[in-house]
Each structure stands twice: as structure tokens, then as C-alpha cells.
Design a protein around this ligand. Sequence first.
Ligand code: FAD
Length: 309
Amino acid sequence: MMVATQSLRLVDRLPKVRGTYRANANLGQYTWFRVGGPAEVLFRPADEADLAVFLAGKPADVPVTVMGVGSNLLVRDGGVPGVTIRLGKGFAGISHDGSILRAGAACLDLNVALQARDWGLAGLEFLSGIPGTIGGALRMNAGAYGSEMKDVTLAAEALDAKGERQYVTNGALCFGYRHTGMPADWIFVAAELKTEAGEPEAIAARMMEIQAKRETAQPVRARTGGSTFANPDGAKAWELIDAAGCRGLTRGGAMVSEKHCNFLINTGEATAADLEDLGEDVRARVFAKFGVDLKWEIKRIGMRLEGGQ
Ligand SMILES: Cc1cc2nc3c(=O)[nH]c(=O)nc-3n(C[C@H](O)[C@H](O)[C@H](O)COP(=O)(O)OP(=O)(O)OC[C@H]3O[C@@H](n4cnc5c(N)ncnc54)[C@H](O)[C@@H]3O)c2cc1C
């Protein structure tokens, strides 16, 4: 008897890999907001070759989503269909050849900054203020305090949707404001970053300065997703949000941060729907007052629960 493909469990339709597949895996625990439904399947590839095998062999109808450490991500309550990929140890190497530092996509930005400091390589201090991974930093052209990935990336290595390796130099990465122009289905596996020789003490001092500024300006210990909306041309999102009266606004367990009103916070019991609906409320209020259509910077993935949750 023929078995309809749809009736097979998704994990049974996926290629054999050395990494792990986990069905119905809680994703909220891997995000800063700590909310959201499960991944239909969570895949942790062992290394780049394993990821390539997966991409080359996965059925064409299975959607794939990649995440870093979820510091710019809102996972909706209904979960994420298909396979969600989370890179781990096999993608966390850091090395350097003279002034060129190579970091795997799963490296935390902070660890890259600290390692660069120890090697006396300057220029990556800004990464110590961004709580994501190198993969997320490439995708988002992450930046802070006057530097962004565009300024320090010599090249990125990625696997395309078929699992083929692509090496892309800075100009071809099409970096824009919190954006990379690379196809949405490419998965970054490493970055080559430009540095210059520096004194570890001076580098450390610059990093401490950045940490101190962050502590004052951002709710860095809260369950948040960083800047919710991109700054519109010629304006600051937080100023518009503040002037539209949204500072401290709440919806269920979600709140607009009092400290930095372009940050949304899960005060404890928020659902993803609370956070997303509060964000939409903020957008509507800013639009009503200023005619400015704020664009989400936070990436929202997955499905809402039926019934509006
Ligand atoms: C307290 C706080 C402060 C923040 N401050 C800043 C700041 O100053 N500057 C700034 O720019 N950002 C800031 N952010 C936002 C966030 O840290 C960055 O956008 C970061 O680069 C996201 O990295 P991530 O690994 O967490 O990615 P995730 O949030 O997991 O994912 C973000 C996007 O990147 C994609 N992605 C992740 N990994 C890969 C990969 N390997 N290949 C392809 N795509 C990938 C995901 O699909 C998703 O679209 C802040 C966030 C928080 C919570």
C-alpha cells in the first residue's frame, strides 16, 4: 500500500545527518523574549558538511528557518512549520591570520570581541555590545556606537538553498541599514573580519565604555528583542514612539520599555501575540500622529495560534 508523503512524520522525510533532529521542540527558550511555540523540527547540524547534506537532500516542500540566539526574533505562539536550524559548536571556531579574523556563524559577538582583544586586534569592540551571533550580525548588518558589520566584514561564507558553498566579498553582500541583500534562504556559516593591531588594554577600555553606555540606555537584562522598529529616514523610532505617548504602554504581559521605548519587554507572562499586537498598536499610534509607517526590525517567524493568540 502506498503511504501518502503528507502522512509521514516530517523527521522521517528528512535526510540522514550526523547532527540531531528534535520534533516539536520549544523555541521560546532559545530567544531573548522567551515566548513562542515549537519548531515542527529543530535541527542542530554537527558541522558545515552536515548542514550541506541536509540542504542538498531535504524535500523541496519543507520550509527552512535559521536562527542565531534569538536576540532579534519573535517566535509566534503557533510555532514554526518545517525545519528550524540552530547552529552550534561545529560553527563556533575563531582563528586569525594576521589582522584577518575568521569567526564561525555560531560565535557570540561578545566572544569574538573578547578573543580579538586577547590577540591585540582592534576594530571589533562594537560587537561586545550586541547580544547575538556572527550569523545574525551578518544577516542584520548589526551595528552600534558608530560601527556596523558592513565596515569590518571582508567576506562571508554561506551555504545556499542547495547546500553549495558561497564565498561573498563585502561589496556583493549588499549591506544596508540592518539588512543584507543576500537571498533569504542562504545560511551564513562564517565571516572574515578586518581588524588592526591594538593594545589589549585600550581595546578592553573601549569595550567597557560600550558596556557602560548600554547599561544606561537599554533594558539589557530584560526579556526583549532589541530595537523593535527600524529608524525611518531622518528620524529616530524611539522619539516618534515617545511623542506618540507609547512609553510604558502595555498589552497583556507585554510592555513598551520605560528605559528605551523602541524596546518591547516581556514582563513575565507575555505571549508572542501580546508582544506583536502591542508593536502593531505602537505602529498605529505613530502613524495616526505623524503619518510615519514604522517598519519592524525584529524578525517575526512562525504562525499565530488560531483565535488570535
Ligand atoms: C538587549 C539587546 C540589545 C541589542 N542591541 C543591538 C545593537 O546595539 N545593534 C544591533 O544591530 N542589534 C542589537 N540588538 C539586536 C540583535 O542582537 C542583533 O540583530 C543580532 O545581530 C541578532 O543576532 P542573533 O544571532 O540573535 O540572530 P536571531 O535574532 O536569532 O536572528 C535574526 C535574523 O538573523 C537571521 N540569522 C541568524 N543566524 C543566521 C545565519 N547563520 N545565517 C543566515 N541568517 C541568520 C535569522 O533568520 C533572523 O532573520 C539587540 C538585541 C537585544 C536583545
